[in-house]
Design a protein around this ligand. Structure first.
Ligand code: NAD
Length: 530
């Protein structure tokens, strides 16, 4: 589609009217721009608190019937979403590519990756949500049948960033829907188009139940959603995460926060350097370095530092830089926006001014749009902004360390604690060292694996988050409140602790509890033996 595609503009206007609901005045809109060339792709309405309240009200009304479908009935509709995504793949991936500036391969693969999450939870929802029946813990409750059942929150608000618009929206929305909740997605104002199209497909093409809505707008729209939802699943910056936590606390609603990161890569002297260099380059440059788990800083043991750096520099020099074309001819695309580019420029220029060297890149690329050259920095110091703040760009600052102890100390010297990687031929040692890192996930000789391995949780420590995304049963149960159902099997007319209180019943209750809890019979037996 062209930069001023009339289809998108018209559709945006129509959708704006439809989604604006009963707002008396048309909501002020915002423009979505293509980072690859800066052109305006669409204008969308900013949905205000009235729109958000109306949308959440619709979801709340539709949710009980959705919950009533059970895991299989809900799985049917998620299966239809899977098929729709495959059938509309190229069209949706094109929208995604235009609004993000990703290379085609990354835009194209985001959809199957999201489908992988849908399928993981669709196939297991029944098992993960099944009632459990714990055994009574004492004689006093022995006659009770105990049940713990998972009852979904009515409306889950999913607030998303701009780096993986489809993957993050669906990786959170699909388990919530399968849990039986209704979902309102608030995409980033920079990248709302692909998500909006998927929700349109769900409602209009599939005729699926009205339990999925998209709310377009800026921070105020997200804040309004926090005010209305029963649970908030947020992915974005640490600063916004704090604001959401405060607002959710006012509403007394639970939340899960997936926030920023400053992932360290530790390369030990015995590492397979070819694999480590390839991993570093992909880990640092994929999605133009704009993944929460991107390699943001590399610590290399002194004996292999120079060889590792040479391998990395050679590979980064070979990357094909370009954005916006729907073909497999680019490895690194554009940054999401000019403001993101400004952060990357600042980190690199500050590092250079403080004595670092750029072996490759180091400046804005000579391309249209928000493009920064894939960059390798050496002679960096831990105190530099490129080693301390989240850069979120195509940069790899590499630092020589004396030994593994220094590497671990520096890796832990961060306010973030999302994930990290360790590279060594001794896998057992790598797994052992992983336990000394203050992060929610460690990949040994690998990059991003935990993100694509849904049985393990994606949980940020420290300033990187609260709660966890995915992680087997947790990933769907987190959208549910546990409900305890206790049913008594024996039904005498009255029970010992019930009214009336009498001295006889009271003493009996005390003796009984002492007998059971203090295990007096054992103590007395022991005394007799002595
Ligand atoms: P952001 O915090 O600026 O915005 C994220 C979303 O929150 C957007 O939809 C935005 O409109 C909304 N928002 C902003 N202020 C709000 C408020 N006060 N109340 C409610 N909603 C509000 O983040 P971003 O710049 O879009 O995304 C980049 C960040 O996301 C990076 O820090 C990155 O590390 C992080 N991220 C984390 C993960 C993870 O899983 N840990 C994954 C991807 C991205």
């Amino acid at each position: 589609m062209g930069a001023s595609d009339p289809e998108v503009m018209t559709d945006a206007a129509e959708n704006g009217e439809r989604l604006s609901g009963n707002t008396p005045q048309p909501a002020p809109g915002f423009e979505v721009r293509a980072p690859a060339d800066g052109s305006v792709i669409a204008s969308l309405p900013t949905q205000g608190s009235e729109d958000v309240r109306a949308a959440v009200g619709r979801l709340r009304r539709n949710q009980p019937a959705w919950e009533g479908l059970g895991p299989s009935g809900r799985g049917h509709w998620l299966g239809r979403m899977r098929d729709w995504l495959f059938d509309n793949h190229d069209r949706v991936a094109s929208l995604l590519q235009r609004e993000t500036g990703k290379p085609w391969q990354e835009a194209a693969l985001e959809i199957p990756t999201a489908i992988d999450v849908i399928e993981y939870y669709r196939k297991r929802a029944k098992e993960f949500l099944a009632d459990s029946h714990p055994r009574p813990h004492s004689l006093l409750t022995a006659s009770k049948r105990l049940t713990i059942t998972c009852r979904p929150y009515s409306v889950v608000g999913v607030i998303c960033p701009w780096n993986f618009p489809i993957l993050i929206a669906l990786a959170d929305a699909a388990p919530a829907l399968l849990a039986g909740a209704a979902v309102a997605i608030k995409p980033s104002e920079l990248t709302p188009l692909a998500t909006r199209e998927i929700v349109r497909g769900w409602r209009e093409d599939l005729g699926a139940p009205g339990v999925l809505e998209v709310l377009t707008g800026t921070a105020a729209t997200g804040a309004a959603l926090v005010d209305e939802a029963d649970y908030v699943q947020f992915t974005g910056s640490t600063d916004t995460g704090r604001k959401i936590a405060q607002r959710a606390a006012e509403q007394l609603i639970p939340y899960s926060l997936e926030l920023g990161g400053k992932d360290a890569m530790i390369v030990l002297a015995d590492a397979d350097l070819e694999r480590a260099a390839n991993g570093a380059v992909w880990g640092g440059m994929a999605n133009c370095g704009q993944a929460c788990t991107s390699v943001e800083r590399v610590y290399v043991e002194a004996p292999v530092h120079d060889e590792f750096v040479a391998l990395v520099a050679e590979r980064v020099r070979g990357l094909r830089h370009g954005a916006g074309r729907p073909s497999f001819d680019a490895d690194v695309g554009a940054l999401s926006s000019e403001s993101q580019l400004a952060i990357v420029e600042r980190h690199v220029s500050e590092a250079l001014a403080q004595g670092a060297r750029a072996l490759v890149g180091g400046r804005r690329a000579d391309l249209p749009g928000a493009c920064f050259e894939p960059t390798v920095l050496v002679d960096v110091e831990q105190s530099m902004s490129c080693m301390r703040e989240e850069t979120f760009g195509p940069t790899l600052p590499v630092m020589k360390v004396k030994d593994v102890e220094e590497a671990i100390r520096l890796a832990n010297d961060s306010s973030y604690g999302l994930s990290a990687s360790i590279w060594t031929r001794d896998r057992a040692r790598g797994e052992h060292l992983a336990r000394r890192l203050e992060v929610g996930a460690v990949n040994v000789n690998d990059i991003f694996t935990n993100i694509f391995t849904f049985p393990v949780p994606q949980a940020g420590w420290k300033d990187s988050g609260v709660g966890a995304r995915l992680g087997g049963a947790h990933g769907i149960r987190k959208y549910c409140r546990p409900q305890a159902i206790t049913a008594t099997r024996l039904t005498p007319r009255s029970e010992l602790p019930w009214y009336p209180y009498t001295a006889r019943k009271g003493r009996l209750a005390l003796h009984l509890t002492r007998f059971l809890l203090a295990r007096d019979w054992r103590r007395r037996l022991g005394r007799r033996r002595r």
